[in-house]
Design a protein around this ligand. Structure first.
Ligand code: NAD
Length: 355
């Protein structure tokens, strides 16, 4: 098969880690008899420098013409000060998610076996959960206001709103993803307080009837924050609204070790999915061959699984990463005391050799 992949290398370490993942994608092509055509797409700070805009016209159209999009990271101190949205790298991130209709953010938190010692928890070393965060609704996209009142002085408000349709589509995604895993869904809300959460819960309960092969539970967000550090191994797919998901996915990432290891995906209906490491552009180490490419390589594995329907290929990449980590190879961010780190290029070479 032939697949078209848009590569957004971006800024800082973005070009290094995307370059590493592109080498792995090509090796998968050779091993499994596929061809991958790459299209470079300019976005972020480098796009501001070249075109004056972080999200040049036509970016979404080019991505829509591909089967999937792989992104490194955008931004950096050079572009951090402008108040013009066109000249801010993060505008590009919000725009591409919106234009491609990417409403579901998938953040796996997997403790890779060889990295168990990096887990700050004492007991639970068997962590493999997937947080499915609603990405385009809720309080981050509601009406914001700042105003003066007579009795209380200055006030601000942010509106949190969810429609049945928005809840239903993310709920369905979660149940369908659970069917590919161990068929358990935990829905996280704050239904004891928030009306949006009560609607969320009602809609989820309606879906439970349609996915009777999947085990379902409701958990309140405060309790979930606790259980994630007490017993993360008991969760499989965790679905939640935008802000709760933002916070819980960062919490989950910390129990599995370095951000240099963690991939993510943002998917919608039909349009190409966007795959990216959870880390940023790491300007402090850019251009020094110190970046850990694993988060981006595992993002490419997610791309195989969720956008290209290549589960076997995804598993092969994940196995190669685990084998290299088990053999003791480490980049500086995960090396720990007394281990001599290897660079981004050498880490990629090791993974290619395993593959
Ligand atoms: P960061 O993730 O870039 O870096 C945090 C720390 O982790 C740094 O010390 C960095 O060296 C280290 N690190 C990150 N990725 C690593 C990797 N693959 N290998 C080894 N070490 C790694 O976060 P930050 O410093 O808060 O942000 C830097 C820039 O990135 C900012 O401009 C921010 O806006 C941008 N950013 C972009 C995205 C994105 O494109 N999706 C996400 C987060 C931050």
């Amino acid at each position: 098969m032939n697949y078209k992949i848009a590569l957004i290398r971006g800024d800082g370490i973005g070009p290094e880690v995307v370059g590493a993942a592109a080498r792995v994608i090509e090796a998968v092509g050779r091993k499994f008899n596929h061809t991958f055509d790459f299209t470079d797409v300019l976005m972020g700070g480098c796009a501001i420098d070249e075109t004056g805009k972080s999200y040049p016209d036509g970016t979404a159209a080019t991505c829509r013409g591909c089967n999937a999009v792989l992104l490194g990271a955008v931004g950096g101190p050079k572009w951090g000060h402008s108040t013009d949205p066109d000249k801010r790298p993060e505008t590009a991130l919000l725009s591409i998610r919106k234009d491609l209709g990417l409403y579901a953010n998938l953040r796996p938190a997997v403790l890779r076996p060889a990295m168990a010692s990096a887990c700050p928890l004492k007991n639970d070393k068997d962590i493999d959960l997937l947080i499915v965060r609603e990405l385009t609704g809720g309080v981050y996209f509601g009406k914001r206001d700042r105003y003066m009142t007579e009795d209380r002085g200055e006030e601000a408000s942010d509106l949190m709103a969810y429609s049945v349709q928005e809840i239903e589509r993310i709920g369905r995604r979660a149940f369908e993803l659970a069917r590919l895993r161990s068929k358990r869904v935990t829905s996280v809300d704050k239904a004891n307080v928030l009306e949006t959460s009560r609607l969320w819960r009602e809609v989820m309960h309606r879906l439970v009837g349609e996915y009777s092969d999947v085990t379902y539970e409701d958990v309140l967000v405060d309790s979930m924050a606790m259980q994630l550090v007490r017993d993360p191994g008991r969760f499989d797919v965790v679905v939640t609204e935008n802000m709760f998901g933002d916070i819980l996915s960062d919490e989950a990432s910390q129990i599995t070790g370095s951000i240099g290891l963690l991939p993510s995906a943002s998917i919608g209906d039909g349009a190409p999915g966007l795959y990216e490491p959870i880390h940023g552009s790491a300007p402090d180490i850019a251009g020094q061959d110190k970046a850990n490419p694993i988060a981006t390589i595992l993002s490419a594995a997610m791309m195989f699984r969720y956008s290209l329907d290549l589960a076997q290929e995804a598993a092969a990449v994940e196995r190669a990463v685990d084998a290299v980590l088990a053999a003791g190879w480490r980049t500086a961010d995960i090396a720990g005391d007394g281990v001599f780190p290897i660079g981004c290029v050498e880490m990629t070479d090791k993974i290619l050799a395993e593959l």
